[in-house]
Ligand binder design. Structure first.
Ligand SMILES: [Zn+2]
Length: 508
């Protein structure tokens, strides 16, 4: 879809969008549009626009007009307004326009209520473009023919300015477009079935991004994973017929070779059967989404690649340990002891606690290879985190108050929900093994915390490490305006990019 910037007097599209607060008037919500399109005042449907949340009213002018229709989307009561409401209204309105067959949408920036939320115009433009595009996401790769009621794609979104287009608006719009595309890549991968989104396919996606955008990319196969000494990762991979891949992606702008990178690690279990500690059958099909962390890292790189100014960003590396977790004659048995890349030994009591096994080796790899300025991992790690925080909120673990604040601020800026959870020292005992340095699982209670403690044991003290357990919010069982296809929420890619941006601008 094309993003067009239109200045005063040039506005044209199949439909213009107005965001209306409850109790407000369309005239006040979009004064320039009102002036350009005097027919609105005469439209009989105007009196039906109440501005109630989620309400959509369509006003019709003469079909030959430059702006023949206006869709009025309700925002609800002004005192309840949040960025989420605005994103949902934009995404929902875009989907409604497409469903009606409109091929172009005009968005007068005057109608965007970002200023009321303390958000500057450029940021608001970025968020608006991203929200409109996200509302139009669909997944069609796995159908042999289009659905019968499929609405055609929308051709363009026009951002409409009352006067001349400000210089910064173009870059902000492009940033929003790049972010939406990064989220789409992550959603496509998470929504894809496990037989078609294998570790090799994730590696191919990384290679494709590298070739297209000039990143460096290394892919390690089974032999190299073992030679490197990633015994914990290998313990998970050995039961699968699909070969594992360890993916290393790096964005290193010229002149930054000596810089310590920001490293993002994503859990890439392309299917989690539980291994020999087999999961129950009910709902097991959802375990294709256990690579949402990996998808977030690839989504981040898609964003970096699409940005026109990525050369001004810091050095960023992405690591993805990718494998299936399957039971077969070669699979790891409960009770097996393996040596992780950190040199520590692990007694594997439950083969379904596999995410921490692949992550601990990726974290150790990052430390051995670089001295990261930031080492962040994201994983659909524990059901315990889902029980603790619910379906929409991810758990945030770190020893560094500054990084905690950075991630909370970044999540808030992109509309993701995170909540800090503690690394409780007293729970370390629950990882005690009678025979090895540690077990890979503690009791059910506090399971998200023991998983985080397990990961920390493979790090050097003082490492600037952040761990995100997103078992809840990475998946979306119900569709919503921002993820209109149930399955993947697309969480993580934008959040990581917001973190990178903070390092680039010196905000952290
Ligand atoms: Zn598992």
């Amino acid at each position: 879809m094309d993003i067009i910037l239109q200045q005063g007097g040039e506005w044209r599209a199949d439909c213009a969008l107005v965001l209306l607060p409850q109790g407000g008037a369309v005239r006040d919500a979009a004064p320039a549009l009102w002036a350009y399109s005097p027919w609105i005042a005469l439209s009989p449907a105007l009196r039906d626009c109440s501005g109630r949340k989620e309400e959509l009213s369509l006003l019709y002018g003469h079909p030959d007009l430059f702006l023949p229709r206006v869709l009025v989307a309700g925002l609800g009561r002004p005192e309840d307004l949040t960025a989420r409401t605005v994103r949902f209204a934009l995404a929902g309105a875009a989907a409604a326009c497409r469903a009606r067959g409109f091929s172009s949408l005009a968005l007068p920036v005057e109608t965007l209520p970002w200023a009321a939320l303390g958000i500057p115009l450029e940021e608001g433009i970025r968020e608006s473009v991203c929200a409109v595009l996200r509302g139009l996401y669909r997944l069609e790769a796995y159908r042999s023919a289009p659905e019968e009621d499929r609405a055609p794609d929308m051709a363009s979104l026009a951002l409409c300015f009352p006067g001349p287009v400000p210089d910064a608006a173009r870059a902000a719009a492009e940033e929003g477009l790049a972010e939406a595309r990064g989220v789409f890549l992550a959603q496509d991968l998470v929504n894809g079935p496990a037989n078609l989104v294998t570790p090799s396919v994730l590696a191919g996606e990384a290679r494709r991004l590298a070739e297209r955008h000039g990143f460096s990319c290394e892919i390690l196969g089974p032999e190299e994973i073992r030679v490197q000494g990633m015994g914990a990762f290998w313990a998970v991979a050995r039961g699968a017929k699909e070969e594992p891949r360890f993916i290393v992606l790096e964005h290193c702008p010229p002149g930054r070779e000596a810089e310590q990178p920001l490293v993002f690690v994503g859990k890439g279990i392309t299917f989690d059967s539980g291994g020999i500690s087999l999961k129950p059958a009910a709902g097991m099909e959802r375990m294709k989404t256990d690579m949402a962390g990996a998808a977030a890292v690839l989504g981040l790189f898609a964003i970096l690649g699409l940005l026109p100014y990525a050369g001004r960003l810091p050095r960023v590396a992405g690591l993805i340990p990718a494998t299936e977790n399957m039971p077969d004659g070669g699979a790891t048995r409960p009770g097996d002891i393996v040596t992780a890349l950190s040199g520590k030994t692990v007694e594997i009591l439950n083969t379904d606690a596999e995410g921490r096994l692949i992550l601990c080796d990726a974290l150790a790899y990052a430390q051995k290879r670089w001295k990261p300025r930031l080492l962040a991992d994201i994983a659909t790690l524990t059901g315990a985190c889902l029980i603790a925080l619910g379906r929409e909120v991810g758990g945030l673990f770190t020893d560094h108050p500054g990084l905690r604040d950075l991630f909370l601020k970044s999540a808030a800026a992109v509309g993701d929900l995170l909540w800090p959870l503690p690394l409780v020292k007293e729970y370390e005992d629950s990882l005690k093994s009678a025979t090895a340095d540690m077990t890979n699982t503690g009791p059910r209670e506090g399971g998200a915390i023991t998983a985080a403690l397990f990961l920390r044991r493979h790090l050097d003290p003082g490492t600037p490490w952040v761990h995100l357990d997103v078992a809840g919010p990475a998946r979306a069982d119900k569709a919503s305006p921002l993820h209109p296809v149930a399955g993947a929420s697309g969480l993580g890619a934008r959040l990581f990019y917001a973190v990178v941006r903070s390092f680039a601008t010196g905000d952290y």
